[in-house]
Design a protein around this ligand. Structure first.
Ligand SMILES: NC(=O)c1ccc[n+]([C@@H]2O[C@H](COP(=O)([O-])OP(=O)(O)OC[C@H]3O[C@@H](n4cnc5c(N)ncnc54)[C@H](O)[C@@H]3O)[C@@H](O)[C@H]2O)c1
Ligand SMILES: O=c1ccn([C@@H]2O[C@H](COP(=O)(O)OP(=O)(O)O[C@H]3O[C@H](CO)[C@@H](O)[C@H](O)[C@H]3O)[C@@H](O)[C@H]2O)c(=O)[nH]1
Length: 471
């Protein structure tokens, strides 16, 4: 039964598309619906539209067979047992999650429902959303025994989305009825029983050695809160280490040593203790704001989250001050920038701190040559090239004749630059690294002035003159 369950996924953005092809990989038949006709046509033709490891391979394996893409939600509703809603829940002006896309989908399901369905919140939504979906269904005349609403939050990260989906730490199912919980248990059975991991056709590097994930059954409200609380806690961890990194800079201590010393305590753990230029992306900024807003509406003081946001904002300004401290004045300076995406291995630029920094540099009168392995096309759409902004063809092209090179995204390829080439390309050998990709002593050996986050700066003598390369 689990092998041939018919599932609908509504929304074929990041989460919807990854969920659709991964459900197919788990053995299910999937209809993936989007109201963007252009997107549906591209997906039918095999274009994923996003840069994500393993996604093209899975899309091509299953498109138009086990995964059908369409715009017709009514048909998808009628044919499926479980309908996963994975549409956007962007931040509204007040900080709340804008749930209008979720509501529109619920209304459309209500119009076409013909037998018992489990409606699954896969989008990140605030507590009580399941009750609102229920109300929308009932207001549209759907009998209460024709549906259940379940919360099944998604924890995948961009850049490792397929691997995260097929090999999650936990699968949270918030359901208030045993009937709906049983349907979700069946959907995820290939993972939770471990059966999927014995498949001979596993994608190399994704799931070869896997302990089956824990299936955690909770109430719907608890599941909704688990998602917001998890993202807010991870954001808090990042802001905490960023604040600690500032303290390290003020005392000439080294945040990497401090983070390692903290992370070895198993109660703290080593992950999400990388300092940088602040968190970004389509999730943390909006989800922290939405969680804060939920607390406010419930009359609960959660000003800790306001502090998390404040530290995150100030981290970008602090990085700009670091650039100023290395270059004295900024007007007219030529800056090479490595990285536009909000993190490495993705072309997503939503709420990217790198883009914010490029905007700040341009506002200061700098000219910028920026390079990113995958995100230039998307960036050009919101920030076209101009007399002061050029998109470079490589890291070395971005560095050519620049007064300083900034590393703003943690792409793996930026951690393995040819430092001798880079030194030759730059007008002054100054690297300001917002992601701590290099060992300061190695940069010093190569003759760079090297500033990073929360670690003592490396300054060769006569650091503002071009230095001979020593390696
Ligand atoms: N991006 C992530 O890494 C991630 C991870 C976990 C959870 N989430 C959550 O998942 C949700 C989706 O995020 P995303 O990044 O995939 O969003 P996205 O913007 O990439 O995709 C949303 C898709 O929904 C489609 N859509 C909107 N209204 C529709 C409708 N009425 N019918 C059919 N399709 C419709 C849009 O055309 C779009 O393709 C959000 O709530 C987000 O917070 C995202
Ligand atoms: O130690 C760290 C870890 C991350 N970041 C930054 O934090 C942001 C978010 O990174 P990450 O969490 O890896 O990426 P996302 O794809 O945004 O994933 C987060 O948001 C998703 C959407 O809700 C959740 O599903 C994931 O579990 C959650 O990790 C990025 O700007 C990173 O550069 C740091 O600065 N330091």
């Amino acid at each position: 039964m689990a092998k041939d369950m018919q599932i609908a996924v509504v929304g074929s953005g990041y989460v919807g598309l990854v969920a659709a092809v991964c459900f197919a990989e788990m053995g299910h038949d999937v209809i993936c619906v989007d109201n963007d006709e252009r997107k549906v046509a591209a997906l039918q033709g095999g274009d994923t539209l996003i840069h994500e490891d393993h996604l093209p391979e899975l899309l091509n394996r299953y498109r138009n067979t086990k995964v059908r893409f369409m715009t017709d939600l009514a048909e998808a509703t009628r044919e499926s047992q479980a309908i996963f809603i994975a549409v956007g829940t962007p931040q509204s002006e007040t900080g709340d999650a804008d749930l209008s896309y979720v509501e529109a989908v619920a209304c459309e399901i209500a119009r076409s429902i013909n037998s018992y369905k489990v409606i699954v919140e896969k989008s990140t939504v605030p507590v009580y959303t399941n009750e609102w979906i229920r109300k929308v269904m009932e207001r549209n005349g759907v009998a209460r025994d024709l549906f259940d609403v379940v919360s099944n939050p998604e924890f995948l990260r961009e850049g490792s989305a397929v691997s995260d989906f097929l090999h999650p730490d936990r699968i949270v199912v918030g359901s208030d009825t045993a009937r709906a919980a049983a349907v979700l248990a069946e959907v995820y059975a290939p993972l939770t029983t471990g059966a999927y991991y014995t498949n001979a056709n596993l994608i190399p590097g994704v799931c070869s050695v896997a302990a089956p994930p824990v299936l955690l059954n909770t109430s719907t409200k608890s599941a909704e809160i688990i998602k917001h609380a998890s993202n807010a806690f991870l954001a808090l961890k990042i802001s905490f280490i960023n604040a600690v990194s500032n303290l390290c800079e003020a005392t000439d201590a080294n945040v990497e040593q401090v983070a390692r010393g903290m992370g070895l305590d198993s109660r703290i753990g080593p992950k999400f203790l990388r300092p940088g230029i602040g968190y970004g992306g389509s999730c943390f900024p909006k989800d922290v704001a939405a969680f804060r807003s939920v607390a406010e509406q419930l009359g609960i003081d959660f000003s800790l989250l306001t502090e998390v946001e404040k530290i995150n904002e100030s981290q970008k300004k602090r990085f700009l001050s670091k650039v100023r401290s290395a270059l004295w004045t900024l007007r007219g300076k030529r800056i090479g920038v490595l990285g536009l995406a909000f993190k490495g291995e993705t072309d997503d630029i939503r709420e990217s701190p790198a883009i914010d920094l490029v905007e700040m540099l341009l506002a200061e009168g700098c000219s910028v040559a920026a390079y990113d392995p995958a995100a230039i096309k998307r960036t050009e759409e919101i920030m076209p090239a101009s007399t002061t902004l050029r998109y470079a063809s490589s890291s070395y092209d971005a560095a050519q004749d620049a007064d300083a090179l900034l590393i703003l995204t943690d792409w793996q390829e930026f951690a393995t630059l040819d430092l001798t080439e880079m030194h030759k390309a730059l007008r002054y050998p100054i690297v300001i690294d917002g992601r701590n990709l290099y060992d300061p002593s190695v940069m010093l050996q190569h003759g760079f002035t090297y500033l990073s986050v929360g670690r003592p700066a490396a300054h060769p003598i006569h650091n503002l003159r071009r230095q001979p390369v020593t390696s």
